[in-house]
Design a binder for this molecule. Structure first.
Ligand code: M6R
Length: 608
C-alpha cells in the first residue's frame, strides 16, 4: 500500500528518495511523487504509474536539496491521477505533506475549510491535512503538526516539510507505521525499513500518537501531548541483497525457491530432538499462563488466514486446546465469548495488516492475551502482542505470499508441539515430529526439482478461465491457498473447496475446460479424495493431482500428477502448497502478468 520515504542530511536527497521509492514498489501503488527542499524552495513532482515514470519526469532537471519527502500512493480517496498523488500542499504552497492512512473526518473538515475560502486541488483526504497544517503553522512546524493531529480522526503516518523551516522534517504516527533511520550522513524516515536499508540498519520506531522532528544532525521525539521521549536504537537484520532478484525473473519465484532456507530459519535453534520438545524463547514471557491455555483463537487475513486454518488442525492433532480461526476482518462482528485464559494468536507477514491489528486490539479489550507470529521485526503487531515468534525469513517482496506461508506452518507446528508435549503428547510423537520437520527443507527441494514438469502442466491449462482446487482435512486450506495464489497473480478465476462439499453444488461446474487441482497425499483422507476425483473424471473434468511419491493408483486416474515426498500427515501442507505456488506462478507467467505487483493489490494492507 502507500509508502513513505524521507531524508534530511548531507547528501543530495533526490537519488536517495528515488531509490527508496523503488524499494517500496513491492507494496503496491498507482502513483508516486517527491518534494525536495533547498532553503525556502521546494520542488514537487508527481506522476501516475510506475516510479520509472516519475524518474523520466525528473530526468535532466536540476533538483538540488538535501531534504526531501517521497511517496507511493495506493488510491483510497480519489482516482490515481497526478492531482491526487502525494505530496500535497496547502493553498499557499508553504507546506508539503505525504500521508499513509485514512483521515475519517476529512469530509467534514474539508467542508469547513471550503467555507473559510480555502481552495482544494485534489479529491484526497490528505490535502485536508496539508491545509490544516498550513493554517496551524505559527513558527513551529512540530507544533502545527501536533495541533493538526488533535483535529483529525482516522489513521496516519505523515511526513511534512515547510518552506520557512529548511532542513527539517516532521513526522507523526497514528495507526500507520513510521520508522526513523539513523546514519552518519543524515536521518531517514520510512514506512518500511526496506526503503532505507541500503543506507542504514540502525532504526528507531515511532509508536502510536508520537511525533518526531528530524534534522541532518539529530532527531527528537515526543508524544501528542508534547512530552519528550527517549527510545533506544535497534539494529535490523535485513540486508539490501535480500531485496534483490539474484538472477530470478521475479521475487515470487525467488521466494518460492528460498523455502528450504526459510524453513531452516524457522526451525534454527528451536529444535531439541532428544526431548521432542521445541524451544521457543519468544513465548517464554507468557509461558506460565500459556501452558494452561485451553482456548486459542487464531486471527489473520489472506494467506496468513489459510496458514491459521492449517494451524487449527495442527493444534487439534497435537494438543488438547480448542482452536478457532477467524478472519481478522470479520472478527469484530462476532460475539465471541472468551473463557478464562484465552490466547489470541495473530499471524502476519508484514505485522502491519490493519484488520489483524484491529482484531488484536478488540481481543485485548475483551481481556484475552495476545501472541503473534510475525516476519517483520519491530512491526506494529510484534509490538502490540505480549509475546510471539518471528519467522526470520527475510523480506518477502512478491505481493503473493509464499515463503511466509510455509514458514508460518513450520512455526505453528513448533508451537503446537511445545504445548502438546506439555500436555499429553508422548516423547515418541515429539521426537518423530522433530525428525520430520528437519527433513522438510530437502523434501521441498525435491518438489522444486519438478519445476519444469509443473511449468509444462501450467502451459497446458493456463488458458482455462476457471479452476477448482480440492482438498480435505490438513489439505483443505491448501486448496483455498492454491486458488488464492492462482487468482491473485494470474487473474484466472479459481475456487478452493473441501472435496466433501463437491456434491453439494460445485460439481455442477465440472466440464472438460475446467481443471481441478486435487491435493491428494496418501493420508487418512486418501480414499475419499480418490472417490471425489473419480466423480470429476466421470464428468470429463481434467484433474491435476498433487500426490505422494510412488502413488501408482493416482497415475491411472488423474491427467497429471505432481509428486511430493512422504512425511507425517499433518506436515503434508508444507510440501503440497509448493506445487500450487509454482502452478500459479507459471500460469501468470504464460499470461504475461505483472507477477510481483498484481493489479489492485498491495503487499501490506494498512487500511481496514
Ligand atoms: O502481512 P499479512 O500476512 O498480515 O498479510 C495478509 C494478507 O494481506 C496477505 O496474505 C495477502 O492475502 C497476500 N496477497 C496473499 O498472497
Amino acid at each position: 500500500m502507500c509508502g513513505i520515504v524521507c531524508y534530511v542530511g548531507k547528501k543530495q536527497a533526490k537519488p536517495i528518495l528515488l531509490d527508496g521509492l523503488k524499494q517500496l514498489e513491492y507494496r503496491g501503488y498507482d502513483s508516486a511523487g517527491v518534494a525536495v527542499q533547498q532553503g525556502s524552495d521546494i520542488d514537487c513532482y508527481r506522476s501516475v504509474g510506475k516510479i520509472a515514470e516519475l524518474e523520466r519526469k525528473l530526468n535532466g532537471l536540476e533538483i538540488n536539496g538535501t531534504t526531501g519527502i517521497a511517496h507511493t500512493r495506493w488510491a483510497t480517496h480519489g482516482e490515481p491521477t497526478e492531482e491526487n498523488a502525494h505530496p500535497h500542499s496547502d493553498q499557499d504552497e508553504n507546506v508539503f505533506v505525504i500521508h499513509n492512512g485514512i483521515i475519517e473526518n476529512y469530509h467534514m473538515l474539508k467542508k469547513k475549510l471550503e467555507k473559510q475560502g480555502i481552495k482544494f486541488r485534489s479529491e484526497t483526504d490528505t490535502e485536508v491535512l496539508a491545509q490544516l497544517i498550513g493554517l496551524n503553522y505559527e513558527g513551529s512546524l512540530n507544533e502545527a503538526v501536533r495541533k493538526t493531529m488533535s483535529q483529525v480522526e482516522g489513521t496516519f503516518g505523515v511526513a511534512v516539510i515547510h518552506k520557512d523551516v529548511p532542513d527539517e522534517i516532521v513526522i507523526a504516527r497514528r495507526g500507520s507505521p513510521l520508522i526513523i533511520g539513523v546514519s552518519e550522513d543524515g536521518h531517514f524516515a520510512a514506512s518500511d525499513v526496506s526503503a532505507m536499508v541500503r543506507y542504514t540498519n540502525k532504526v528507531v520506531h515511532l509508536e502510536e500518537n508520537e511525533l518526531a522532528t528530524l534534522t541532518a544532525d539529530g532527531f527528537s521525539m515526543s508524544t501528542a501531548q508534547a512530552k519528550p521521549i527517549e527510545r533506544s536504537m535497534e539494529t535490523v537484520e535485513w540486508r539490501i541483497e535480500d531485496a534483490e532478484l539474484d538472477g530470478f525473473p521475479h521475487f515470487m519465484l525467488k521466494e518460492i525457491y528460498e523455502q528450504p532456507e526459510t524453513i531452516k530459519n524457522a526451525l534454527r535453534g528451536r529444535l531439541e530432538p532428544g526431548e521432542g520438545v521445541p524451544k521457543l524463547g519468544g513465548i517464554m514471557p507468557v509461558w506460565d499462563t500459556l501452558k494452561e491455555c485451553r482456548h486459542l483463537v487464531i486471527v489473520a487475513c489472506g494467506t496468513s488466514y489459510y496458514a491459521g486454518c492449517v494451524g487449527r488442525y495442527l493444534f487439534e492433532k497435537l494438543t488438547e486446546i480448542d482452536v478457532e480461526v477467524e478472519l481478522a476482518s470479520e472478527f469484530r462482528y462476532r460475539k465471541l465469548n472468551f473463557p478464562p485464559n484465552t490466547f489470541i494468536l495473530a499471524l502476519s507477514q508484514s505485522g502491519e495488516t490493519a484488520d489483524t491489528l484491529a482484531a488484536l486490539r478488540e481481543a485485548k479489550r475483551k481481556g484475552a492475551s495476545l501472541l503473534g507470529v510475525v516476519n517483520v521485526v519491530g512491526s506494529s503487531i510484534s509490538r502490540e502482542t505480549e509475546a510471539g515468534v518471528y519467522n526470520h525469513a527475510g523480506p518477502e517482496i512478491g505481493v503473493a505470499s509464499t515463503k511466509i506461508f510455509t514458514s508460518q506452518l513450520a512455526i505453528l507446528t513448533l508451537m503446537a508441539l511445545l504445548l502438546g508435549r506439555h500436555q499429553n503428547l508422548s516423547l515418541t510423537e515429539g521426537v518423530e515430529a522433530i525428525r520430520a520437520l528437519q527433513a522438510l527443507p530437502d523434501q521441498i527441494k525435491t518438489v522444486l526439482s519438478q519445476a519444469n514438469h509443473i511449468e509444462a502442466v501450467a502451459e497446458q491449462y493456463y488458458k482455462c478461465g476457471n479452476w477448482l482446487f480440492l482438498g480435505r482435512k490438513y489439505n483443505y486450506p491448501i486448496a483455498l491457498e492454491g486458488a488464492l495464489k492462482l487468482k491473485e497473480i494470474s487473474y484466472i478465476h479459481a475456487e478452493g473447496y473441501p472435496a466433501g462439499e463437491m456434491k453439494h453444488g460445485p460439481i455442477a461446474l465440472i466440464n472438460p475446460d475446467m481443471p481441478t487441482v486435487a491435493v491428494v497425499p496418501r493420508d487418512d483422507m486418501y480414499e475419499k479424495m480418490i472417490s471425489n476425483i473419480q466423480e470429476i473424471k466421470s464428468r470429463r473434468g481434467p484433474v491435476i493431482a498433487i500426490a505422494t511419491q510412488g502413488d501408482e493408483k493416482i497415475r491411472e486416474i488423474a491427467d497429471e500428477v505432481i509428486e511430493i515426498p512422504e512425511t507425517l500427515q499433518y506436515l503434508n501442507p508444507i510440501l503440497s502448497v509448493v506445487p500450487c505456488q509454482l502452478l500459479a506462478y507459471y500460469c501468470a507467467s504464460f499470461l504475461g502478468r505483472d507477477i510481483d505487483k498484481p493489479r489492485n493489490l498491495a503487499k501490506s494492507v494498512t487500511v481496514e
